[in-house]
Design a protein around this ligand. Structure first.
Ligand code: THU
Length: 127
């Protein structure tokens, strides 16, 4: 099994590259796919504020473009807050690529916390 501490470290590394000059709120994420590969993402904002892309969706996109569509886990980190959970839009996007269920890994007081996506987004929409 992949070490979730390592996944969190990659999310932390990714948060350093966040482009967030409007909110100053840095977020990094790293997804773990079925094949054991990892893909990092960070949030990137725009002068047209509504176009901001979250770290989680950036990481999901990186997985998709590399042909990986089955996500087992995602670590999310922000130096600006404890327990940085994915926003509602990102929960829905993650749900599209779930492999069974997804472990959502956050950090609370320096300790990993694992929450199932199905708990964060019950009764999700799918076609
Ligand atoms: N943000 C994320 O990257 N992930 C989330 O789950 C919530 C919010 C980003 C978007 C924006 O760049 C900044 O955090 C403030 O909302």
């Amino acid at each position: 099994m992949f070490d979730y501490n390592e996944l969190m470290q990659m999310a932390k590394d990714a948060s350093k590259n966040a482009y967030c000059k409007y909110s100053n709120f840095k977020v990094g994420a790293c997804v773990l796919t079925d094949s054991g590969k990892t893909f990092k993402g960070c949030n990137f904002e725009n002068s047209s504020y509504g176009l901001a892309i979250c770290a989680e969706r950036c990481a999901v996109g990186a997985a998709i473009v590399n042909g990986e569509t089955k996500i087992n886990a995602i670590a999310i980190y922000s130096p600006n807050t404890d327990n940085c959970y994915p926003c509602g839009a990102c929960r829905q996007v993650l749900s599209e690529f779930k492999n069974g269920d997804i472990d959502v890994i956050t950090e609370e007081n320096g300790k990993l916390k694992i929450t199932k996506l199905s708990y964060l987004l019950p009764e999700s929409f799918s076609l």
